[in-house]
Every structure is written in C-alpha cells, then in structure tokens.
Ligand binder design. Structure first.
Ligand SMILES: Nc1ncnc2c1ncn2[C@@H]1O[C@H](COP(=O)(O)OP(=O)(O)O)[C@@H](O)[C@H]1O
Ligand SMILES: [Mg+2]
Length: 248
C-alpha cells in the first residue's frame, strides 16, 4: 500500500537517501530506526510531501501510496495530506480550543455542519484516547493540556480527517514515561484501522510497538524485516551493532 521505489533524495548536493526500496503493508506499524542524521525523517516526510516545503531539494524514484506515485503532477497535495497524516516530535496544537484543534481539518475541508463536526471531534478524541480527560473542557485552550495530552490532541487532529496512513516522527521523545506508554498503547490500538510509520530513536519502543522495523544508516536502508527477527537475529552485522548500542 505504501512503497518507495529506487528513491534517491538530495538537499542541494548532499544525498540524504540512497536507492531506497521498501514496501509497507496496510494496517501495520513500521518503525524506522538508525543513528541521528541517517535519513529517517527525510524518508518519512516524503510520504506526505512535506519535503516539498524545503528549497533546493530533489527526489528521484517513486513514492507510491494506494497504487499512485504521489509525486505525479496530477496529485493534489492537500488531498494527499488528508490521506497521509503526520504527527511531529513536539506537540504542536494550534492556539485554539481543544475542540477547534480537532475540528480544524474538517472546517478547512468545508464541513460546517455543526452536528457532524461535533460527532467527528468526539470520535477522534475517543480514538486518540483523550476523550475522557477533555470532554468537560472542550472549549478550553489546547495549551492548558499537559505535553502528553497535547500530543494525543495532535493525533486526534490528524485522525479527524480520516487518513489511511499516520506518519509519526519521534512522537514520544519529548514526553515523560507515563505519557510515552499512553502513546505506545494508542499506536497499538490504532493499527487496526491505520497504517502507521513511526520514527524512533528508542530501540525498546521500536521493539514494543512495531510489526516491522527498518534500519537506516548514512541514507541507506541496511535491513528491513519483522521486528522480532530484527531484534533477535538480524542479518547484518551493522544492525546487530546498532541495536546492541555499540554506536548511534
Ligand atoms: N532541511 C535540510 N537541509 C539540508 N540538509 C538536511 C535538511 N534536513 C536534513 N538534512 C540532512 O539530511 C540528513 C538526514 O537528516 P534526517 O532525515 O533529519 O535524519 P534523521 O531523522 O535520521 O536524524 C542529515 O545529514 C541532515 O543533516
Ligand atoms: Mg529525525
């Protein structure tokens, strides 16, 4: 359902991704791991064309979502970003109420039906495991929430427009352990409905949440396999060295 075909990516003269070929199945959680600067975020951002916002970059190859190369000229980037949502390292709620944060994408898409917006906001907050904590203060500012709650709010905001894919770039790295485990539980539950790709520098987290793991190094995909195999019996020595903490 998601696929990278012969992907090379450049920031100016610098090549950040080298001939990446990777298929990601539906309703799986795929973890991207590897040392800082190896290209994880660059690779993730390709799939909702967030790299388009960076000047002087160049992509070769194809990124396929739903049988379509999302870099085809016919692709509407706003439509793509509805299908492929993104959650960042630092929670980034808008300076609006909790309700309006989640309703935002619906309103941008022209849904002004009060009843349907209210219902979708509630569903999204339930899916993001935040509803019980906020249902009595929906019209309070999002900034009154804790960091962990803000991150789940950002996940609810992404879910509201019914994406198929969720891209998460170190979504728990700014959070405390309790909030982190809530996010991990949430990821586990969401994979029945969504395809999730998560960047993490936390090896235990990759092992806990993902079905498949991809190990990147210096812009190359070194190894990609079932998470269990990756952590118990990797094929490559570099993978073994990385997961046992010998570098990175
Ligand atoms: N906007 C940018 N401009 C120039 N180089 C960048 C930019 N973003 C990332 N890079 C470079 O591309 C490489 C991969 O970065 P990144 O994808 O952020 O790695 P990771 O997420 O694995 O830490 C790094 O060498 C980084 O310095
Ligand atoms: Mg990164």
């Amino acid at each position: 359902m998601i696929e990278a075909k012969n992907v090379n990516f450049y920031y100016g003269d610098f090549q950040a991704l080298r001939n990446i070929n990777m298929e990601i199945g539906q309703q799986t959680v795929t973890a991207l791991i590897g040392p800082s600067g190896c290209g994880k975020s660059t690779f993730l951002r390709l799939f909702n064309r967030m790299n388009d916002l960076i000047e002087n970059t160049r992509l070769e190859g194809e990124c396929v979502v739903n049988d379509q190369n999302i870099y085809n000229r016919s692709v509407d980037v706003d439509e793509l970003r509805k299908e492929v949502g993104m959650v960042f390292q630092k929670p980034n709620p808008f300076p609006k109420s909790i309700f309006e944060n989640v309703a935002y994408g619906l309103r941008v898409n022209g849904n002004n039906n009060k009843k349907s917006v209210t219902q979708r906001v509630e569903e999204s907050l339930i899916s993001a495991a935040l509803w019980d904590e906020v249902k009595d203060k929906l019209h309070k500012s999002a900034f009154e929430l804790s960091g962990g709650q803000q991150q789940r709010l950002c996940i609810a905001r992404a879910l509201a427009v019914s994406p198929m894919v969720l891209l998460m770039d170190e979504p728990a790295s700014a959070l405390d352990p309790v909030s982190t485990s809530k996010i991990e539980e949430l990821i586990h539950r969401l994979k029945t409905d969504y395809t999730i790709v998560i960047v993490t520098h936390n090896m235990q987290q990759a092992a806990r949440v993902s079905d498949k793991t991809a190990f990147f190094m210096l812009g190359e995909l070194v190894e990609y396999s079932d998470t269990k195999k990756m952590f118990l019996n990797p094929d490559k020595e570099a993978t073994q060295n990385y997961i046992t903490g010998r570098f990175g």
